[in-house]
Design a protein around this ligand. Structure first.
Ligand code: AMP
Ligand code: GLY
Length: 423
C-alpha cells in the first residue's frame, strides 16, 4: 500500500512513525513533511492548503489511502477532494470538520443536543457584544468563530480587556474573517483533559487520555502556545470520569453529528474541563492534537493503519484498539522567543537515539538538520510510570542541542502532583 499523509509538523511525524510499524504499508509520502519527516517518508513540496493539487498528486501517483491531519485542509475539504477522485481517506469531510472550523456551529450543536459545555452567546455585531459584556461577571472568555492558529481564545479579567478582545477580533480583524463572529462564554475552572478518539460514525473508541501544557513558561505562565509538552495518561481522567464522558459527551456528539447529516469519520478530539459540576467540553478538534499525538500514538499497541482503514470502511467495531499500560511524556524543544519572534537555521545535533523524537520545525540542508520553526522537536519517552517517563524525556532533551533551544522544565509536574508524587 502507498499511503499519503498530509501535514508538516510533529504530529504528522508521530503518525508516520506509527504507520511505519504496519506490515501492510510499502511506502509513505508526506505533503509537505519536513526535514525530520524526510527520514521516514518521501516528502513532496505541495502546500497543505492546496487541496486540489493534493488530490491531483494522489491520483497521478496512485496513492491507495490518504491521512489528512491538520485542521486547515480538513476544513477546506481535502477529504472531499480526495474522495471525489476515488481515494479512501482517514479524516472528516468538510461538512463534519465544521465541528472545529466554526465554534458557533459546535456551541449550537452542544446546546441543541444537551452536551455539557460553558454557557454562551454568539455575536455578529460589536455593539451588541459590548452591551452583553456589561451584564456579565468577569473573567469571561472571548472566542473567534473560525480557525485562528490556536490563538483565537482570550480570557479577559476585566470589562475593558473583554471589550478590547472583541474589538480586536471584530473591528481590527486580527484573525481575518475568522473573527467576524464571536462566541462569548462563561469562564470555567477545573483540570483540563484531552481525549482523542477514533470514530467511524457508528462506533467511537477513545484513545488514552492526555494533558497538554499550553503556556510558554514554567508554572503555566507566559503566552499561550501550540503546546509545550504533554503527558499520557492524564491522572484526572479516572475510570468514572471516562464513563461519564462516554455517556454524556462522546456518544452524544457522534450521534448529534449523524442527526445533522454530518457523520464524523476520523479522529475526533475532545478538549474537556473537569468542572465542579462535571466534565464539560471546552473545544472540539476535527483531528489529532499536537502535541497530544506525540504521547498517545507511541502508547498504541494496535496497528494504526488497520484502525484507520477500518474507520474509513465504517467497520471500526471489528478491530482491536489497545494501548500499552505505560506512561508517556513529550517535552517540546522550541526556538527561544517562541511563540513570538525567534531565529532559525541552527544545526540540531543528537547524542541520543532519534526514536520517538518527533520533528516539528526543521529542514534538511546539505545533510544537516537545521531549526526552521518555533516548535522544533517533540522529545517523547515511554516508561512504566509517569515519573520515569518524565525523567527519561528530560534526559533525552539534555542530549540534543541547537543554539537558542528552549524547553519548559516542568512538563508533567502537575500530573505527578495529582498522583501525590514529586519529581
Ligand atoms: P481552545 O483554543 O478552545 O482550546 O482554548 C484555549 C484554552 O483556553 C483552553 O485550553 C482553556 O485553558 C482556555 N479556555 C477556553 N475556554 C474556556 C472557558 N470557557 N473557561 C475557562 N478556560 C477556557
Ligand atoms: N494541543 C491542542 C491542539 O492540538 O489543538
Amino acid at each position: 500500500m502507498k499511503v499519503l499523509v498530509v501535514g508538516n509538523g510533529g504530529r504528522e511525524h508521530a503518525i508516520i512513525q506509527s504507520l511505519k510499524k504496519s506490515k501492510k504499508i510499502d511506502e509513505i509520502i508526506a505533503i509537505a513533511g519536513n526535514g525530520g519527516i524526510a527520514a521516514d517518508a518521501t516528502t513532496v513540496n505541495i502546500n497543505v492548503k492546496d487541496i486540489q493539487k493534493i488530490a491531483e498528486y494522489a491520483v497521478e501517483n496512485k496513492i491507495d489511502f490518504a491521512v489528512v491531519a491538520p485542521d486547515d485542509p480538513l476544513v477546506l475539504g481535502a477529504v472531499n477532494a480526495l474522495e471525489e477522485k476515488g481515494i479512501p481517506c482517514f479524516g472528516p469531510t468538510k461538512e463534519a470538520a465544521i465541528i472545529e472550523g466554526s465554534k458557533i456551529f459546535s456551541k449550537n450543536l452542544m446546546k441543541k443536543y444537551g452536551i455539557p459545555t460553558a454557557n454562551y452567546e454568539t455575536f455578529s455585531d460589536m455593539q451588541q457584544a459590548f452591551s452583553y459584556l456589561e451584564t456579565q461577571d468577569m473573567p469571561i472568555v472571548i472566542k473567534a468563530d473560525g480557525l485562528a492558529l490556536g490563538k483565537g481564545v482570550i480570557i479577559a479579567e476585566t470589562l475593558d480587556d473583554a471589550k478590547a478582545a472583541v474589538k480586536s477580533m471584530m473591528e481590527d480583524k486580527v484573525f481575518g474573517a475568522s473573527g467576524a463572529n464571536v462566541v462569548i462564554e462563561e469562564f470555567l475552572t477545573g483540570p483540563e483533559v484531552s481525549v482523542l478518539s477514533f470514530t467511524d460514525g457508528k462506533t467511537l473508541v477513545p484513545m488514552v487520555s492526555s494533558m497538554d501544557h499550553k503556556r510558554a513558561l514554567d508554572g503555566d505562565k507566559g503566552l499561550n502556545t501550540g503546546g509545550m509538552g504533554t503527558v499520557a495518561p492524564n491522572p484526572y481522567y479516572t475510570d468514572s470520569v471516562a464513563k461519564e464522558c462516554m455517556e454524556k459527551i462522546f456518544i452524544p456528539t457522534m450521534d448529534a453529528m449523524n442527526k445533522e447529516g454530518r457523520t464524523f469519520k476520523g479522529c475526533l478530539y475532545f478538549g474537556l474541563m473537569l468542572t465542579p459540576k462535571g466534565p464539560k467540553v471546552i473545544e472540539y478538534n476535527c483531528r489529532f492534537g499536537d502535541p497530544e499525538t506525540q504521547v498517545v500514538l507511541p502508547l498504541l499497541k494496535s496497528d494504526l493503519f488497520e484502525i484507520m482503514l477500518a474507520v474509513s470502511e465504517e467497520r471500526l467495531s471489528e478491530v482491536k484498539v489497545e494501548f500499552f499500560n505505560k506512561s508517556a511524556c513529550c517535552v517540546i524543544m522550541a526556538s527561544k522567543g517562541y511563540p513570538e519572534s525567534y531565529e532559525k537555521g541552527y544545526e540540531i545535533t543528537f547524542n541520543t537515539s532519534r526514536k520517538n523524537v518527533f520533528v516539528a520545525g526543521a529542514k534538511l540542508e546539505d545533510g544537516k538538520l537545521l531549526t526552521n520553526g518555533g516548535r522544533v522537536l517533540g522529545v517523547t519517552a515511554i516508561a512504566k510510570n509517569l515519573k520515569k517517563a518524565i525523567g527519561k524525556a528530560y534526559k533525552k532533551v539534555s542530549k540534543i542541542s541547537f543554539i537558542n533551544a528552549y524547553s519548559r522544565s516542568d512538563i508533567g509536574e502537575r500530573a505527578l502532583k495529582a498522583y501525590g508524587e514529586k519529581r
